[in-house]
Design a binder for this molecule. Structure first.
Ligand code: NAI
Ligand code: COI
Ligand code: MG
Length: 408
């Protein structure tokens, strides 16, 4: 966790620079003319599957950490994904988008599930998430994959391969093949059904994500690897050309290029080669799930998605895990670390983030593991039990500030 923390501290300034309109929490209440509390409006989108279980843990921790630091989190629950389809017929109701737009940040768990898999593309839960990202313009998705020393043996790869890994994947989030037109189904001349999508990027779209990635790399190890498929795809040829040109403005950053198939292999073969990666929407999606296994579990990877203005979206990298939904066995740590990223980068409240991050470190130090990370010699806990352990850790760190009525 030390490495994760040091990444966070080191990069705070870059990320707040990226968020040109950093959300400034409102001030509320005064005692003898002194401000006593800050108010942060958070849209909570729990979604489907394990979503409600893991977001409950994060919200409970935020309340306690906020109380300790004099921050009043004003949470508004809103529907997205399958839950929204069931309630309203739409995977992203207009009301949800409005709540998100008027919030300081969006804390999202996950969407999707078997129940909705047969729906047409426009009506699926995934469409709700894509439309939310597009609606808020969150083009820069930062997905850190950091191997914590306590968990190096939890990876399916050897400790000597994963020890010390600290990769930042910068994924373009509102363009590429997930959004390109035309898309759909048609019938060809032979009467056969054909499905098609379009992978498209414009120069400005590549330029803005490249700037984000170079600026992040400047604050890290100053090595940026641009991942694409320019040996085959025109869209990737343009990607490489634009990233190379933007690189001229960042002579202190060593830029390399890699085809995505090779990158997937190198992440497994020699992950420490990578410092910062910049890539398009679908490649970043796939490579971040790949990189998650370096850390021991997909349930460990948080993310932050930022725009030029407006609230960011903070969500774990994983999906709704319908295979384990409702069983209280999911790992809530990616969700908790996403909430920490929200506090640190979305709300500029590093002191609140620290409570959450330290609680995660401390719970792992004490040997608590959810099923995905469990091994002999550690203590297996469920999702809500891990939540209680984390709350206890926060209270142990700040005993003098123990909040009346809180349930450690
Ligand atoms: N951002 C989002 O909301 C995303 C949603 N999805 C949706 O989620 C649904 C399931 O997709 P999958 O491909 O199965 O991906 P998934 O990420 O939900 O699950 C993949 C595997 O990882 C496990 N897993 C994931 N998160 C975990 C956690 N926190 N703790 C313990 N184990 C965890 C699952 O049990 C499963 O075995 C689909 O409907 C998909 O479209 C998928 C990815 C992202
Ligand atoms: C639309 C989502 C399901 C895409 C995804 O897997 C992700 O963003 O990680
Ligand atoms: Mg994904």
């Amino acid at each position: 966790m030390k490495q994760l923390l040091s990444f966070r501290v080191t990069h705070t300034r870059t990320l707040s620079q990226l968020r040109k309109t950093a959300r400034t929490p409102r001030l509320e209440g005064s005692r003898n003319g002194l401000v006593t509390c800050r108010v942060c409006k958070i849209a909570v989108l729990s979604g489907d599957g394990i979503g409600p279980e893991i977001s409950r843990v994060a919200v409970d921790l935020l309340k306690v950490a906020g109380d300790i630091e004099g921050v009043n989190f004003d949470f508004t629950d809103a529907l997205i994904g399958g839950a929204a389809i069931d309630a309203t017929g739409s995977p992203l109701p207009e009301e949800t988008l409005q709540i998100c737009r008027t919030s300081d940040a969006v804390l999202l768990a996950a969407i999707g599930g078997y129940k909705w898999d047969a729906l047409p593309p426009e009506q699926r839960p995934e469409k709700g998430l894509l439309n939310l990202r597009a609606g808020l313009g969150t083009f820069a998705n930062l997905r850190p994959a950091v191997v914590l020393s306590h968990l190096a043996d939890a990876s399916t790869l050897k400790r000597e391969v994963v020890d010390g890994v600290d990769i930042m994947i910068v994924r373009e989030l509102v363009g590429g093949i997930y959004f390109g037109q035309p898309r759909g189904f048609r019938t060809n001349e032979q009467g056969q059904k054909v499905g098609f999508n379009t992978m498209v990027y414009s120069e400005p779209e590549i330029e803005r994500i490249a700037h984000v990635a170079f600026q992040l790399a400047q604050k890290r190890q100053k090595r940026l690897c641009s991942v694409e498929k320019s040996n085959v795809l025109e869209v990737s040829m343009l990607w490489k050309e634009v990233v190379t040109r933007i690189g001229g403005q960042y002579p202190d950053v060593e830029l390399s290029h890699m085809y995505v198939d090779n990158a997937a292999m190198q992440i497994i073969r020699n992950p420490r080669f990578f410092d910062t990666i910049v890539t398009g929407n679908i490649f970043g999606d796939i490579l971040s799930d790949t990189a998650s296994m370096l850390t021991g579990s997909l349930g460990m990877l948080p993310s932050a998605s930022t725009s030029d203005d407006g609230p960011g979206i903070f969500e774990p990298v994983h999906g709704s895990a319908p295979d384990i939904g409702g069983q209280d066995i999911a790992n809530p740590l990616a969700m908790v670390l996403s909430a920490a990223m929200m506090c640190r980068y979305g709300l500029n409240m590093p002191q609140v983030a620290e409570h959450l991050e330290k609680a995660v470190t401390s719970a792992l130090d004490q040997g608590y593991r959810t099923a995905d990370l469990f091994s002999e010699g550690t203590q297996k806990v469920g999702c809500s039990e891990m939540g209680r352990v984390l709350l206890k850790c926060i209270h142990q760190e700040s005993p003098a500030l123990m909040v009346e009525g809180s349930t450690a």
